[in-house]
Design a protein around this ligand. Structure first.
Ligand SMILES: [Zn+2]
Length: 81
């Protein structure tokens, strides 16, 4: 769940959608590992026209992947900002 300043795009707070912990946000930037998804469901799904958004902290992400034996596709980035 994200909270923005007065309906602007200035990010104030992000809570993990699994454990509820508020993540560290400074100057509108999340300063820790976060797994964010904004997915727009397509025509052939039962959720056509819906966009689902999830923010998960790194600890919950690791637990979700490991506990559910989810196979991820990992690609190493050569340029890190
Ligand atoms: Zn969490």
């Amino acid at each position: 769940m994200r909270k923005y300043y007065n309906d602007s795009k200035i990010l104030l707070q992000v809570a993990c959608d699994k454990c509820g912990r508020n993540m560290l946000v400074e100057n509108g930037i999340v300063k820790e590992g976060i797994f964010s998804i904004d997915y727009k469901w397509g025509y052939f799904s039962d959720k056509d026209g819906e966009t689902h958004s999830i923010d998960i902290c790194e600890e919950c992400y690791d637990k979700l992947i490991n506990d559910n034996d989810i196979k991820i596709t990992k690609k190493d980035e050569t340029e890190i900002i």
